[in-house]
Ligand binder design. Sequence first.
Ligand SMILES: NC(=O)c1ccc[n+]([C@@H]2O[C@H](COP(=O)([O-])OP(=O)(O)OC[C@H]3O[C@@H](n4cnc5c(N)ncnc54)[C@H](OP(=O)(O)O)[C@@H]3O)[C@@H](O)[C@H]2O)c1
Length: 288
Amino acid sequence: MTPQQAVLVTGATGNVGPHAVAQLLEAGVRTRALVLEGDPNTGRIPEGAEIFHGDLADPDSLDAALAGVDAVFLMWPFFTLGVDTVPAVLEKIGRHARRVVFVSSIGVHIGLEPVDNRCHAYLEEQIEKSGLEWTFLQTTGFACNVRMGWSHQIRAGGVVRSPYGAASRSPIDEADVAAVAVRALTGPGHAGRRYVVTGPQALSQAAQLQIIAEETGQGLRWEDVPHEAARGAMVDAGWPPSYADGALEYFAMLVDRPETVTGTVAEVLGRPPRTFRQWVAEHADDFR
Ligand SMILES: NC(=O)c1ccc[n+]([C@@H]2O[C@H](COP(=O)([O-])OP(=O)(O)OC[C@H]3O[C@@H](n4cnc5c(N)ncnc54)[C@H](OP(=O)(O)O)[C@@H]3O)[C@@H](O)[C@H]2O)c1
């Protein structure tokens, strides 16, 4: 990468994007943030990034953001966008950039996400076909998922009602996802790698809630919701039924077989991944 070349971050206003932008800027990289026109979340993007308006639903709108870019940090908004424009977007990226780092899912690694699910496995397949130099971050659930999933229930009375409290996941701090991505975007040796990116420890969902209780000084309780009731609620909330089934089957499996813990973060960054407890301590006010 020459000093003139830039990295474009999509999803720049999301959970991972602002960390990636901040870390790229810290590393002295010219950093562009792709933002939807009129996006009310633009303020989340750290100062110093060049803001480009563009919509992944409209590949032609990406031309200006991509001109002069060496690498793209790609996150795809599956739930709100679908995947119809994926081939055209990758074609656009391929005209300008050499390298793409894509936030995929551990679901692909364990074979839970078939390509015809039109989700992360589909994106991986399309990127592989594109001729771009790629790195896939097959990540486990982000630590911040508990904020979206549980914080309103915690504030509403301290009981979290959700399926499979005994299911153990290895949550990853979204800042660490960004950190691995930044290394893969800016350094050698990451092309063609599928990194399974996890946190340092598998924790049952109930144990995660206990950590939130300890760090926020509240009495909190887990209450299991049966599988079928949970599925109905997920579909009502807009989950495609096949995604809801995939997620619930995975959680059922994790009751007996805790999610894998890998050494990827330590190998790539030279330090251990941040713990779930660290994440909660830093975001305790989100649960009060
Ligand atoms: N959460 C997990 O546990 C998990 C696990 C494995 C993989 N992943 C993957 O990680 C990726 C990043 O997650 P995240 O939580 O950081 O994302 P997120 O918070 O859901 O953010 C989605 C981002 O995409 C932007 N966006 C939405 N529609 C767009 C469009 N048409 N064109 C351009 N940008 C658009 C959003 O903008 P605004 O919202 O500001 O409008 C936002 O910046 C996800 O896409 C998912 O595939 C997540």
